[in-house]
Design a protein around this ligand. Sequence first.
Ligand code: 5AD
Ligand code: SF4
Length: 451
Amino acid sequence: MTKKPTVYIETYGCQMNVADSELMYGKLVAHGYEPVDAPDGADVILVNTCAIRENAETRVIGRLGELRRYMKPDTIVGVTGCMAQRLGPRVLEQARHVSLVVGPDGYRALPALLDGARRGEKFTATDFDLEEHYEDVVARRFEGVKAWIPVQRGCDYRCTYCIVPFTRGPERSRKLDDVVREVQQVVEQGLSEVVLLGQTVNSYTDGTHDFADLLRAVGAVDGIRRVRYTSPHPNDFSDRVIDAMASVATVCEHIHLPMQSGSTSMLKRMLRRYSREEYLDCVARMRAAIPGLSLTTDIIVGFPGETDAEFEDTLSLCQEVRFDDAFMFKFSPREGTPATRMPADWTIPDDVMAARFDRLVKTVRGISRENNLKRLGDTVEVLIEKLARDGELWQARSRDFKTVMVPADAGKIGDYLRVQLTGTTGATFTGTPVADAAAGRRERKPLPMAV
Ligand code: 5AD
Ligand code: SF4
């Protein structure tokens, strides 16, 4: 028997890329490849890239250089994902050891492209395909407890800073039945948590069903105990979606709700299509419907023309909403986006950007710490996800997305436990297992045990 060719995929960026890498592994395994978890000596090395900010691309360029040292004379290196889509053939010119450049809608062709590359050819495959959902490809999952499920690809918003509509093309949704079928397979594989993925996931529509229908259908799959989704857009939170979240017991009490800025004038320049007041209204509707809801967000500082007053509005919106956590970013101009065509004198100087960023981080971390201190003593259900970085405790996750460290003898990966939150660093918790299922202060009705 001839030895199977090996493939190593290194993934950068968002969960959609993690899910895409799992699909690529699935496609290649079906064509006789063997996945390996290190680049040394692999027959094929793919780098699945992100283009959202300049530093994401700089990292990949550095890494592509480093990967040379792992190459055998016949190793094929490919670049996939958003940076591949954005730069296309420019990648082949800049990195001579790369043979393939494949955008997010081109992964179906990977086995054929690799055959061509083996014959010494080079390829760029960056056409969008509005029908492409990789329905027939069985993802090869590596995550131990949860499954990433893309339900929508692309984006029809045009936020003026964002490269995603250029790299992932127009929005399209999978059929609800196909998503449900995949969720059932995930349960058969022994997983009980799913994360539904889309660029504006709550604008999901398959022509017949909306995101509320999808939450209800996925949430009702036998054996599923936790449903999450990321990332929604504030404008697509219909009452139907909020109702579905509130009434489906498996949907977790956490929403990642990108805010970007707290200033209405800035939101207008960003083309976010909501005002500060509308964002607050969305938060109020969610909180009224879902007790114990935790909220996280994305914030950009230093977008062109950001005034002191606009930045103060961002800080004050953080104070008003009291987010549990936030991903914070310095604005990074992306070639071809409308933000790069704004007047040059709107550019925020680096020192101002850095000072604002520091203040924002301090504000967000302070609020998060205060929120977390209030939680001490609560009893929550956690799912053990992996070994913590110190190698001695388990890292577990509550339904409302708090990270909780639990003792190693408390269970194993994939177990659900009830723990009391006994300590916090301000960001993460330590938890002590408790036996009494009724002890939770913030808990909704206990879920049926998965069989
Ligand atoms: N510069 C900085 N941050 C950005 N994001 C998207 N584009 C940019 C950019 N050009 C942030 C947004 C988005 C998150 C995924 O990345 O906050 O929600
Ligand atoms: Fe980018 Fe805006 Fe689409 Fe999100 S909604 S992917 S920020 S364009």
